[in-house]
Design a protein around this ligand. Structure first.
Ligand code: HEC
Ligand code: HEC
Ligand code: HEC
Length: 373
């Protein structure tokens, strides 16, 4: 009896030993097999059905889990959809296709194949789409958003993706390419006209911006304009949208683009009377600052183009754009030229109401034509 038990114990011990050895050797065996080159990493043959199901399960579960706790903005302004559509045309449609634009043949040979998003977006809620677009998907070719610094652009893209299934080719082209309706195929040939047409997709040929979130660049100071393009391209001013646009245009053309837009008249919008009080409040801060909170008079820098050509022109700029930039400065997410620190020093001390008043005030100011440098 005693002997039996002992024998049994020995048997169990030996089993464990084998398992332990097996486990220890397994990674080496796997590396060895990989080194021999037995894993088929070719994309052409596709995955086994079971592998594919497993990978899909892992991807979908991970997105679901990581999307928990993402806070959605209350409502996203529809004006953000237009620059998102413009970005989609150059940064996403190249893989995913778009209404009226098939996926390029090369992309169809990718594994996994980038899906047509008109059909795929239904499967995800907003937070999950946000997560995918912001962080990308590993091992698939699905890239992360070019900057991780700010979320508003990504939410704009989510808003656009929600609209995508309802867009016919005509509506899509109008959003993404503007009245010129150039399609992806027309591409870039490195000429000034082609670069300008690229900018005009969002900013318009008149430089007034085709939506509330695309700034007016007509009448902007040239030095600020060129320095901003440099900052975008270098990632020193965070914007996934402008980073792509700035790097697509040949650097040698930046100065000419700046000259073209600087020479155009900025908006002459009539402000509604309802804004009068807010504008007056903004004017007071712009003229005198808020000395007790160490907030300087904005016009000390922004009212005098003779002061430094890298201080941007704010007159006639769009209200939602100005508010958004001030918020980005306040949260330390704006970046910019070598002078951007002049803004970050005090922006976090501005109250929300003050930001709204200042934006209303500068939007209402008419550009002094001929003074834009
Ligand atoms: C280089 C090619 C490529 C580019 C560029 C690209 N994607 Fe993707 N994307 C993929 C691939 C591949 C997948 C599939 C991943 C998978 O199935 O695991 C994917 C998946 C997605 C999904 C999830 C869809 C689903 O149900 O599988 C969304 C949403 C998405 N992409 C949005 C975008 C957006 C928005 C952009 C532009 C900002 C973009 N993608 C740019 C390759 C790309
Ligand atoms: C897909 C849309 C899109 C395209 C294309 C585009 N822009 Fe922009 N542009 C924007 C948006 C949106 C912003 C605001 C980004 C931010 O928040 O910093 C911006 C900002 C700018 C600014 C900074 C304005 C300021 O007041 O600080 C300049 C200068 C500019 N763009 C020039 C250009 C030029 C030149 C081109 C063409 C080479 C171009 N953009 C193409 C959407 C676009
Ligand atoms: C000491 C000079 C200085 C003062 C004072 C100043 N600014 Fe600025 N501001 C700048 C500079 C320089 C930039 C350009 C930042 C960059 O992109 O590098 C800027 C940029 C901005 C922008 C972004 C413009 C755009 O087109 O993207 C806004 C909005 C702005 N300032 C608002 C204000 C307001 C409102 C005040 C007053 C409360 C103010 N500024 C006071 C120097 C100043």
């Amino acid at each position: 009896m005693k002997l039996n038990v002992n024998r049994h114990r020995i048997a169990v011990r030996i089993n464990w030993k084998y398992i332990a050895i097996g486990l220890a050797v397994l990674p080496f065996a796997a590396v060895f097999v990989a080194w021999l080159g037995f894993f088929n990493i070719g994309a052409a043959s596709g995955h086994w059905r079971i592998t594919e199901l497993f990978l899909q399960l892992a991807m979908r579960s991970a997105v679901r889990t990581y999307a928990i706790g993402i806070e959605e903005p209350e409502a996203f302004d529809r004006g953000a959809i237009l620059p998102a559509a413009g970005h989609f045309a150059r940064g996403c449609a190249t893989c995913h296709g778009a209404p009226g634009e098939p996926r390029p043949a090369m992309v169809k040979a990718m594994l996994p194949r980038p899906p047509r998003l008109e059909r795929a977006v239904h499967a995800w809620d907003d937070a999950q789409l946000f997560r995918i677009v912001k962080r990308g998907i590993r091992f698939t070719g699905m890239p992360a958003w070019p900057t991780q610094m700010r979320d508003d652009e990504v939410w704009g893209m989510v808003a656009f993706l929600r609209r995508l299934p309802d867009l016919d080719p005509e509506e899509y082209r109008n959003l993404a390419y503007g009245p010129a309706k150039r399609s992806r195929a027309s591409g870039f040939n490195g000429s000034f006209d082609a670069a300008l047409a690229g900018c005009a997709r969002c900013h318009g040929m008149d430089g007034l911006g085709r939506s509330a979130f695309v700034p007016v660049i007509a009448g902007q100071h040239r030095a600020y304009f060129v320095e901003s393009l440099r900052a975008y391209a270098a990632g020193e001013r965070a914007s996934g949208i402008m980073e792509l646009a700035a790097t697509e245009a040949d650097r040698k053309l930046w100065q000419r683009l700046a000259e073209y837009y600087a020479s155009l008249p900025a908006t002459e919008d009539e402000q509604s009377a309802a804004d009068a009080e807010r504008i007056a409040r903004g004017r007071r801060i712009a003229q005198y600052g808020v000395p007790r909170r160490d907030i300087p008079a904005c016009l000390g820098c922004h009212g005098r183009p003779d002061r430094n050509p890298v201080y941007p022109q704010l007159d006639g700029q769009k209200r939602p754009y100005l508010e958004n930039q001030l918020r980005l400065f306040a949260e330390g997410e704006r970046g910019g030229t070598d002078y951007a620190h002049l803004m970050t020093e005090f922006a976090s001390r501005l109250e929300r109401k003050e930001i709204e008043s200042l934006a209303a005030y500068f939007a209402s100011r008419q550009v002094q034509r001929g003074k834009a440098e």
